[in-house]
Design a binder for this molecule. Structure first.
Ligand code: CAA
Length: 379
């Protein structure tokens, strides 16, 4: 078993770290406070190749492996999880889905611009009444011959108002259950498509989360991804990889919180010595570092499974459920290590604590991950 990273993977990790520290750290507190989307920073992420990392270079991507993607996601999420969710959705849900299941024409038209970050994409599955139960889509895509007539509402959509391209999951044949669902590419300026209200969130407040409304939107047939009725499998297959991205985001939140706690513990004095000299703090640091290492190994294992064309449904779900719990636990402990300073914004850990929570909810709650894992175990 080889745990050595390649030179290319190390270079990607270093570039992501540098970008996060120089471009994302300044202003991250204000963006969170004012719910401001990191538009300039996302543009730079595109220029640096972070928005289409795994896409084939012939479509404008970086041609990197999933391990490199995990490393970059960790570094960026240490500093700004609102920026890393844009990266995760664009890479894992939008670009990956289009590259693997799209037609050549769809790739040329959309993927080439998404992979370079010229435009960004959104993945629209969740609905007011279909979150975990993803087969219960109420949004309909009625077959009208050479187009689909799209009607319905999607909720909690990341990149909701900033995306140019939306992959929308909708029901065409309700009597066929999940086999009647389609995935359609919707463009921002299609008539009848309206971006709804922005969510005022607990965490990842700089990310752009909206409801979306579709009223008699005419989506041309050539914008359907895959065969008729492939939409649900498209969504499940895409989310399986997406979960590796969110697991890495959780890993980054945890390691960011840990690094801040470690640094603070060596600076802050109490009872005449640095607090890192107190065993109460040492035990916390040891637990954090051990859990983070375990989460990192699970993330890298899932990425390795994907890169070596093995099944990664279970390993991705394991990485996500574990890393997101580690993110919560570590961030809470990092606040505790900081004491009163941890409770105020300037020290960053309270934001990481709020950001950690979403990693247990989106792209499948922790309970959904356990369903995915146990189904594999009981097969
Ligand atoms: N790859 C390919 N196909 C898959 C698959 C995968 N990973 N997982 C399931 N399928 C297929 C199954 O093989 C099955 O096909 P057949 O009928 O031909 O055998 C079909 O899909 C239905 O599968 P299930 O019977 O397992 O479906 P289910 O209704 O029992 O649901 C579930 C399973 C795991 C609970 C699923 O509904 C699920 O994952 N729910 C959570 C949805 C989710 O993650 N939502 C998050 C929203 S997206 C988001 O958060 C993005 C963002 O903006 C950040």
């Amino acid at each position: 078993m080889n745990f050595q990273l390649t030179e290319e993977q190390l270079a990607v990790q270093a570039a992501a770290r540098e970008f996060a520290q120089t471009e994302l750290l300044p202003g991250v507190i204000e963006r969170d406070e004012h719910q401001r989307f990191p538009a300039e920073q996302v543009k730079k992420m595109g220029e640096l190749g972070f928005l289409g990392m795994m896409v084939d270079p012939k479509y404008g991507g970086g041609g990197m492996d999933t391990v490199a993607y995990v490393l970059a996601m960790e570094e960026i999420s240490k500093v700004d999880a609102s920026a890393s969710v844009v990266m995760s959705v664009n890479n894992s849900l939008v670009c990956w889905g289009l590259e693997h299941y799209g037609t050549e024409e769809q790739k040329q038209k959309y993927l080439t611009r998404l992979a370079t970050g010229e435009i960004i994409g959104a993945f629209c599955l969740s609905e007011p009444e279909a979150g975990s139960d993803a087969t219960s889509q109420r949004t309909t895509a009625e077959d009208k011959g050479d187009y689909y007539l799209l009607n319905g509402t999607k909720n909690w959509i990341t990149n909701g108002s900033t995306a140019s391209v939306y992959i929308v999951i909708a029901q065409t044949n309700p009597e066929k259950g999940h086999k009647g669902i389609n995935a359609l590419i919707v463009e921002r300026d299609m008539e009848g498509f309206v971006v709804g209200t922005k969510e005022n969130k607990l965490g990842i407040r700089g990310s752009d989360t909206h409801s979306l409304m579709f009223t008699d939107v005419k989506v041309p047939k050539e914008n359907k991804i895959g065969e008729d009725g492939f939409g649900f499998k498209f969504a499940m297959s895409t989310l399986a990889g997406g979960r590796i991205g969110i697991a890495s985001q959780a890993l980054g939140i945890a390691s960011g919180a840990y690094e801040l706690a470690l640094k603070y513990s060596k600076e802050r004095k109490a009872f005449g010595v640095e607090i890192s000299k107190h065993q109460a703090i040492q035990f916390k640091l040891a637990d954090m570092a051990t859990n983070i290492e375990a989460a990192r190994l699970l993330c890298l294992k899932a990425a390795h499974d994907k890169d070596t064309h093995q099944d990664y449904g279970k390993s991705g779900a394991m990485a996500k459920v574990f890393a997101s719990q580690v993110a919560m636990d570590t961030a809470v402990e990092a606040v505790q290590v900081h004491g009163g300073y941890g409770f105020v914004k300037e020290y960053h850990v309270e934001r990481l604590m709020r950001d950690a929570k979403i990693t247990q909810i989106y792209e499948g709650t922790s309970e959904i991950q356990k369903i995915v894992i146990s189904r594999e175990l009981l097969k």
